[in-house]
Design a binder for this molecule. Structure first.
Ligand SMILES: C[S@@+](CC[C@H](N)C(=O)[O-])C[C@H]1O[C@@H](n2cnc3c(N)ncnc32)[C@H](O)[C@@H]1O
Length: 504
């Protein structure tokens, strides 16, 4: 879902930039753009080079910033970065700070994107910190090229800390700190991070290991910031950070709550990407009174929850419940994949292509009857000769149950067109109707579908959901969040009912 409508209300990129204008103004942009038959200009968002040029041209045209983005470094997505700056403006406005604003950007990166935007747009004084020498060198060049050294200073962090090392004098005070930490623990997490439940991002992937990966991931990074902030209570009025994963946001908010630290959160939306912002303070600012950016909540509550019944002699843990749940799902041929595993919570992504959970007994009886009839029919039907195969094929009908549990008719034919039969077999496998696949495999016959909906259904999931195994005290819960699927929420309720009925 495009989230642009949830961008910060003052974000200039709420309405997409005018690519035609960019192409006529910047030859380098024209070089990476293409025009369709309607005259509309677009670029390949999956190509990092095109993204780099787009970002550089937007920085020039909208902020009069000349930024060189190195090929081997992150291409900062401008609307998202701007969301963060605009949220900081709101927070500063809320605490009544207007003039001579001073901020710290932890991990400024090769573009020093936040200091450059903050300085050019609002004339804020910024310190940008960086651990990576190469990025720091490039960041310095970018600041100098824009003649913003009077507002921006950059500093190398040679320590393991995020903030503490910057404060040598007790009286040093800043209005805020900001941070876009490396999100991931390791390279595997980079690739596995995106839930398969979500559509792929439109933009290509950019970034170097040092920009993406940090020991313990963003959670440890943010926890370190919170820990250090306790010693810098009066040195920084508002501490903020961006968070890349929602499950980490929850942990961070829980930590802040547990410590009784005043905090608030926000969403940064752009295209298909959502990030979150967390702010906390030790000053007397009541963030609970901050006006929300949007009138109403965005998401409908699609959650259904099941309390796992206590069974004598069975000691539950999150792992054991997950194991049992996975067995039940696998028994139903429901594909599932672990998305995240935390102390008290496991999240699975599940996709069902075939209704294997409702009317099981009726289906088994029906299948047996069909099987018997097919066997009888095979005995009585003569082998087709080469020239009358079509006619005979018409007689060889077999009933099957489609993905919605309806009986449909299919034709059984000898394999003549290998390509066709192979692709049909593949469709069958895709549709994953296992109740009949065993008899098909043994019969060495290709199945030509009369009802094309089976093939289509095979690609459109019947039910797609996120399952969360979690606990509240000693109560264990299985929650399912409906995402999509032709069986609708009712289908998910049926799966949950099956799990309840078979939880032994
Ligand atoms: C995700 S990148 C963000 C870059 C830039 N701020 C942006 O938003 O495009 C994170 C940056 O933090 C830097 N970094 C990691 N740990 C750091 C630390 N302890 N102090 C300062 N910078 C750090 C990395 O080298 C990297 O450039």
């Amino acid at each position: 879902m495009a989230m642009n409508k949830y961008m910060h209300p003052r974000n200039v990129y709420k309405d997409p930039p005018n690519f035609n204008k960019l192409a006529t103004t910047y030859p380098e942009f024209a070089g990476v753009s293409r025009m369709d038959v309607t005259g509309k200009i677009s670029i390949d968002f999956k190509d990092p080079h095109s993204l780099r040029i787009l970002t550089a041209c937007l920085l020039k045209s909208d902020f009069n910033l000349c930024v060189s983005i190195p090929e081997d470094r992150l291409v900062p997505t401008l609307p998202l970065r701007l969301n963060y700056i605009l949220w900081l403006e709101d927070l500063l406005d809320f605490i009544g700070r207007m003039d001579s604003i001073c901020g710290i950007d932890i991990g400024t990166g090769a573009c020093a994107i936040y200091p450059l935007l903050a300085a050019r747009k609002n004339e804020w004084h910024m310190i940008g910190t960086e651990t990576d020498d190469e990025s720091l060198k490039k960041a310095k060049e970018n600041v100098e090229n824009n003649k913003l050294q009077n507002l921006i200073s950059l500093s190398k962090n040679t320590t393991k800390f995020t903030l503490k090392y910057l404060f040598t004098e007790e009286k040093q005070q800043y209005d805020f700190c900001m941070c876009n930490p490396p999100f991931y623990v390791n390279i595997q997490e980079v690739w596995e991070s995106r839930s398969p439940a979500r559509p792929p991002p439109k933009n290509g992937f950019t970034g170097s290991p040092q920009e993406l990966i940090t020991e313990g991931g963003e959670l440890q990074f943010c926890r370190q910031m919170i820990e250090e902030s306790k010693k810098l209570k009066d040195n920084i009025l508002i501490f903020t950070t961006m968070v890349g994963h929602k499950y980490n946001l929850k942990e961070i908010v829980m930590d802040l709550k547990a410590e009784g630290i005043m905090h608030c959160t926000t969403e940064f939306c752009q295209g298909r990407v959502t990030r979150w912002g967390v702010a906390w303070t030790y000053q007397n600012y009541d963030f609970t009174k901050l006006a929300p950016l949007y009138d109403k909540t965005r998401k409908k509550n699609n959650l259904i929850t099941f309390e796992v019944p206590k069974i004598p002699d069975q000691k539950y843990t999150i792992d054991r419940i997950t194991e049992k749940l996975k067995l039940l799902l696998e028994g139903l041929k429901i594909e599932n994949k672990m998305i995240s595993k935390r102390r008290n919570e496991v999240c699975l992504d599940m996709i069902a292509f075939t209704n294997t959970w409702s009317n099981q007994r009726r289906k088994r009886r029906l299948m047996k009857r069909i099987d018997d009839e097919v066997k009888k029919a095979k005995l009585s039907v003569p082998e087709p000769s080469n020239n009358d195969s079509t006619e005979n094929n018409d007689k060889l009908k077999e009933s099957k149950i489609d993905t919605r549990g309806n009986v449909i008719e299919v034709l059984i034919a000898e394999p003549q067109n290998t390509e066709l039969s192979q692709s049909n077999q593949q469709s069958e496998r895709d549709s994953a109707d296992t109740s009949i696949s065993s008899s098909e495999q043994s019969s060495n016959k290709s199945v030509m579908q009369k009802d094309k909906s089976l093939h289509i259904c095979g690609h459109n999931p019947l039910s797609h959901a996120i399952i969360k195994v979690h606990c509240k005290g000693d109560i264990f819960l299985i929650s399912m969040e409906y995402l999509n699927g032709t069986a609708g929420k009712e289908g998910l309720h049926q799966i949950l009912q099956f799990i309840k009925n078979n939880w032994k």
